[in-house]
Design a protein around this ligand. Structure first.
Ligand SMILES: [Zn+2]
Length: 83
C-alpha cells in the first residue's frame, strides 16, 4: 500500500468577490439614556433603517441613514424603537 502522493495543488487565490464595506464612524446620542457613543455606519447599502442596541443601556435604537449617490452619508437619525 502506497500513500497517495497527489501533489498539493496550490490554488490561485484570486478572489473575484470584492468586499467593499464603506463605514463611517459617527457620534450618536442614545434616545433612551442620553449617552453619546460612536458607532460605525455602513453606507454601502444606501438609505436604510436598522436597529442596534445601545452600548450603554442595551436598548434597541433605530438608526435611519440617508446616503447620496456617491455613498456619502447625508443624514443620520436615531430614535426609540417604539415611537
Ligand atoms: Zn442607551
Amino acid at each position: 500500500m502506497q500513500p497517495d502522493t497527489n501533489p498539493a495543488v496550490s490554488r490561485a487565490t484570486k478572489n473575484p468577490v470584492r468586499l467593499e464595506t464603506v463605514t463611517n464612524l459617527q457620534s450618536v446620542q442614545c434616545p433612551y439614556c442620553g449617552e453619546m457613543f460612536e458607532t460605525e455606519v455602513d453606507t454601502s447599502g444606501g438609505n436604510q433603517e436598522y436597529t442596534e442596541d445601545c452600548y450603554v443601556c442595551c436598548k434597541p435604537i433605530v438608526f435611519r441613514i440617508e446616503v447620496d449617490v456617491d455613498g456619502e452619508l447625508t443624514g443620520l437619525e436615531v430614535q426609540r424603537e417604539n415611537d
